[in-house]
Design a protein around this ligand. Structure first.
Ligand SMILES: Nc1ncnc2c1ncn2[C@@H]1O[C@H](COP(=O)(O)OP(=O)(O)O)[C@@H](O)[C@H]1O
Ligand SMILES: [Mg+2]
Length: 351
């Protein structure tokens, strides 16, 4: 569905359209106070996602994936604060919005589904009441109309017998069904962007597959852009058009799923993806655990944050001296933040 977008505050921002970015983060920085000064938990993140496209965001736990998108939608927990950057949603910078404007945008134009389907639902209200509340907060609908729409939404997320289920309380539903209810709430206002933050981690494997299938179908039907934060490389291979890899609060590699899988240009990505040689993978496959720990944000090395764990750069003076930014590699659409990526891509090409 095409939506008329508000006038752009930034003339260089692409218009929302079938191919332009719907959501674009530019150099986003989010800080939390630390004992010895502010810590950049999100450290200059730039990424984008277009209509109808799925961007997978991968990286070890603690790399800043959740914080990046909470920052984008204005839900960063205090005392955290977005200190610089832009969050362009259909060309308008959300960081210039007042809290009221942000509340209006959330749900309506951008929404987020979280890992744990229990925390998102209120145990004392029926799921129907909760969906109705979301609808009526944003739309002029009578109770009866909103209830009818809630039942339609439950049907859309493939909850069986929605006319009866609408009066259930959250505890009467399985984890998978609760996640479907949260997805129903997230899409109830037809947003342009849906951010799914490890939406299936708390579910068992068969249910995971069904929920992802549902998300893929909804994305296709509606043409919305989807951000899928996940640990599962099988999912990345099957569902992602593009991939952004995060480490220590930064994007270290970004590109089409094909480029990132087949011409991996950052040693961190290569280490995470070891064992998943191609896009043809059909099974669930978690990111590989890399030896050593991600750095504590309070003690980031002065150079590349991955250097102490890197098979290519460990102990190299150049890597210890400079923290590389994202640069184009093998085509402008594919970017990596590694000084020595040429060595990697050359080795891979020979292999
Ligand atoms: N409330 C908080 N206060 C301070 N630091 C936090 C808070 N929540 C998370 N962090 C830190 O922010 C970093 C990124 O966390 P997060 O975005 O949750 O990572 P991911 O989603 O990639 O697992 C981590 O280093 C984490 O310790
Ligand atoms: Mg997270």
């Amino acid at each position: 569905m095409q939506r008329s977008s508000p006038p752009s505050s930034d003339p260089s921002a692409a218009k929302a359209g079938p191919r332009g970015p719907v959501l674009e983060l530019r150099d986003l920085v989010t800080r939390f106070p630390g004992d010895d000064g502010p810590l950049s938990i999100v450290d200059g993140v730039s990424l984008s996602v277009a209509s109808g496209e799925t961007l997978a965001v991968v990286g070890e736990s603690g790399s800043g994936k959740t914080m990046t998108f909470l920052s984008a939608i204005g839900l960063i927990p205090p005392p955290g604060r977005v200190t610089s950057g832009q969050v362009l949603l259909e060309g308008t910078d959300l960081l210039t919005h007042t809290p009221e404007q942000l509340r209006a945008v959330r749900g309506e134009r951008i929404s987020m589904v979280f890992q744990d389907p229990l925390t998102g639902l209120n145990p004392v209200f029926t799921i129907g009441e909760q969906i109705v509340e979301v609808l009526r907060a944003h739309r002029k609908l009578s109770r009866a109309e909103a209830r009818k729409k809630a039942i339609e939404l439950l049907e859309r997320v493939q909850i069986p017998d929605p006319g009866r289920r609408v009066d259930d309380y959250p505890h009467q539903l399985s984890g998978g069904m609760r996640q479907r209810v949260l997805i129903a709430m997230a899409i109830s206002l037809d947003p342009s962007v849906l951010i799914a933050d490890e939406p299936t981690t708390a579910l068992d494997v068969t249910v995971q597959a069904q929920v992802l299938e549902l998300l893929a179908e909804l994305r296709e039907e509606s043409g919305m852009a989807m951000v899928l934060i996940t640990h599962d490389l099988g999912l990345v291979a099957r569902h992602a058009d593009r991939v952004a890899v995060m480490y220590a609060g930064r994007v270290v590699e970004q590109g089409s799923a094909k480029a990132v899988f087949e011409q991996t240009a950052h040693p961190y990505t290569l280490s995470l993806f070891r064992g998943v040689p191609s896009l043809d993978t059909d099974t669930a496959q978690d990111l590989i655990e890399i030896e050593g720990q991600p750095p504590d944000p309070a003690f980031l090395p002065p150079g590349c944050a991955f250097e102490p764990r890197c098979f290519l750069g460990q102990g190299r003076a150049s890597c210890q001296a400079t923290r590389p930014g994202l640069q184009p590699t093998l085509g402008t659409e594919h970017q990596t933040a590694c000084l020595h990526s040429a060595e990697l891509t050359a080795t891979r090409a020979r292999a």
